[in-house]
Design a protein around this ligand. Structure first.
Ligand code: ZN
Length: 298
């Protein structure tokens, strides 16, 4: 059996130096974001996580994309005011930067917020319907994915809105993003996915990632299906500060193995960790890594 890898889902908390930003604002200087990215990535490295991300520190996971795509205007929420078009790489520079200081044995996941989630998070002032908007987002994200794959080991598509129901064109949306992409793809859908499992199992991705720690009832629901996809098992909560003990995480992973067997290829937090304190997020990752080592028999 291949060893289970430890991973993050995406976002990670950082401590923003507000004074530095205010000073820079008055001097009309741009603060480099590199140290924030480094601070998030260093925590992931120091905890021992195998598959790390850029921590999505720049912006909330919707704005990271809508700030750089044509047709979007960021207000309280992003407003769609024109046709969505790709306007050049969005997260690629950050991945290149991370590659300069991480060890070669670490894997990097490139994160893409999915078109359905972007559509549902924005105020549509331009398109006739959400389907057209979603497909234009998907086409733009495909251009990003094709460049991104050169710098990462796998791509993660984040579609939390799928948990509320997947439209009949959901599979086609994911197909549109990954056209021409040859690295492995992980689809993360947090929330209660019990009503959309058949659609998820049909998705053209390699790994499904769900919130099994906060929603352990998903074990029983998934158990009713013949799961032929690999699984990234949510194993520590992202919405609670209590730090799960190593034993608790080990037992959770064993429960997952009872149901999914060696389909479990990754263990991770339930979701992005941005809502947690930095020190808490770090300790959760550290215990996740220790639990992974026990499961892998190291
Ligand atoms: Zn999530």
């Amino acid at each position: 059996m291949n060893l289970i890898k430890t991973s993050v889902i995406g976002s990670y908390p950082i401590d923003i130096d507000t004074i530095k930003h205010v000073k820079a604002y008055f001097k009309q200087k741009i603060v480099s974001w590199d140290n924030y990215i480094k601070s998030a990535v260093k925590d992931m490295l120091n905890s021992g996580i195998d598959i790390i991300s850029d921590g999505q520190t720049r912006d909330p996971f919707v704005n990271i994309f809508t700030r750089r795509l044509k047709g979007c205007r960021i207000r309280d929420r992003t407003e769609i005011i024109d046709k969505i078009e790709y306007d050049g790489p969005i997260t690629v520079e950050d991945q290149k930067f991370i590659k300069t200081f991480i060890p070669k044995n670490k894997h990097l996941i490139g994160l893409i917020t999915g078109p359905y989630t972007l559509t549902n998070s924005c105020v549509n002032l331009f398109y006739n319907n959400d389907k057209e908007l979603s497909f234009d987002f998907a086409k733009a994200l495909n251009q990003e994915a094709k460049i991104l794959q050169k710098y990462v080991d796998l791509i993660g598509i984040d579609e939390p809105f799928f948990s509320m129901g997947i439209p009949d064109y959901g599979k086609e949306l994911i197909n549109t993003i990954i056209k021409g992409v040859s690295c492995p793809v992980r689809l993360h859908v947090c929330g209660n996915v019990k009503n959309v499992i058949p659609e998820l199992l049909e998705m053209p991705v390699d790994i499904l990632s769900h919130e099994f720690k906060a929603l352990p009832m998903l074990f029983d629901t998934f158990n009713q299906y013949d799961v032929k996809k690999d699984i990234c098992l949510g194993s520590v909560r992202s919405d609670k500060s209590d730090i799960e003990s190593v034993d608790e995480i080990v037992n959770h992973i064993k429960k997952g193995i009872d149901i999914f067997g060696d389909r479990i290829k990754q263990i991770a937090p339930d979701c992005g960790q941005k809502m947690l304190q930095k020190s808490v997020a770090f300790l959760k990752l550290k215990n996740l890594v220790k639990a992974g080592e026990i499961i892998n028999g190291r």
